[in-house]
Design a protein around this ligand. Structure first.
Ligand SMILES: NC(=O)c1ccc[n+]([C@@H]2O[C@H](COP(=O)([O-])OP(=O)(O)OC[C@H]3O[C@@H](n4cnc5c(N)ncnc54)[C@H](OP(=O)(O)O)[C@@H]3O)[C@@H](O)[C@H]2O)c1
Length: 254
């Protein structure tokens, strides 16, 4: 595939992200607390997470190992960061979440597979086949773009993991209900785990500085901002004393 073709696919994929973003403010994605049996067949929640996140992990591993340019520059660092995140999401996170009777619709799993095929496919192909060796050389490693991007990525990852852990530990073994989370960034926002994920992929986009990475950052924002709004509205409805000063996803802003 030429760079022009990949750019054309990326711009189309970006346009779809914007359409999905707007739609998600009106249609709540039916998984987790918003799960519903109106969306057809459902499967075990943990299995659903493994199946839907696995393509991202495998595709990036494939391009790292089999791609033409993966080891001709420091581009392997970008692959490693992506693989590190998705190894947790695919192989660790599903085993940490508490088991509940809730299932995940196959519709959501299929949508997430398409999301991961596209984003990992575009990023993996670009980095391993199309990026120039000079794009990710030793100057890049010492540039403010790499250093700031890496700090953002690591900070976002930490916020995401720590917030996910706080949420997971709200339930004692055997419990299935919901509680109001407190502490850490929950003091400021309802969904610091989703905020952390946005910061993480913004850092990645800054480091990588290419269209597919930018596209993935936009998709993450497009997905997670409406989901955080759905979570926030849900908390306010379920818990009448929910802290009124708490924002949705961006501290002090939204
Ligand atoms: N890159 C992307 O576009 C993307 C898209 C989706 C998700 N993600 C990531 O995947 C992870 C999960 O996302 P999510 O939207 O499913 O997160 P979430 O709704 O916050 O749930 C995270 C886990 O904590 C439990 N939980 C949440 N709030 C709780 C509460 N108040 N009391 C008790 N338990 C609670 C949930 O249980 P239940 O499942 O029973 O509600 C679930 O096991 C996040 O790290 C997110 O960043 C990324």
């Amino acid at each position: 595939m030429t760079k022009e073709t990949l750019y054309l696919i990326s711009y189309t994929w970006l346009a779809i992200a914007i359409a999905v973003h707007i739609t998600m403010f009106f249609v709540t994605a039916p998984f987790g607390r918003h799960t519903s049996n109106k969306w057809g067949k459902t499967i075990n929640n943990k299995l659903g997470w493994i199946i839907m996140e696995m393509p991202s992990l495998l595709i990036m591993l494939y391009f790292l190992v089999c791609g033409t340019n993966s080891f001709h520059s420091y581009v392997w660092i970008l692959f490693s960061l992506w693989i590190f995140h998705y190894a947790n999401r695919t192989l660790v996170y599903p085993f940490r979440i508490k088991s509940t009777p809730k299932k995940i619709p196959v519709f959501i799993v299929i949508n997430a597979i398409v999301f991961n095929l596209m984003n990992a496919g575009l990023n993996g192909y670009y980095l391993s086949q199309l990026a120039s060796v000079n794009d990710y050389n030793s100057d890049w490693l010492q540039s403010p773009q790499f250093i700031i991007g890496f700090i953002l990525f690591a900070t976002g990852l930490f916020i995401n993991w720590r917030s996910d852990s706080i949420l997971i530990n709200l339930r004692a073994p055997g419990e299935t209900g919901y509680k109001v989370p407190n502490g850490f960034w929950f003091k400021y926002i309802s969904s610091p785990n989703l905020f952390g994920e946005i910061i993480e992929w913004s850092g990645f986009a800054l480091m990588a500085w290419n269209l597919p990475a930018f596209t993935f950052m936009v998709w993450t924002f497009a997905n997670l901002v409406p989901r955080a709004k759905n979570h926030h509205d849900w908390y306010k409805k379920q818990f009448p004393g929910y802290p009124s000063e708490r924002k949705i996803i961006f501290p002090f802003i939204y």
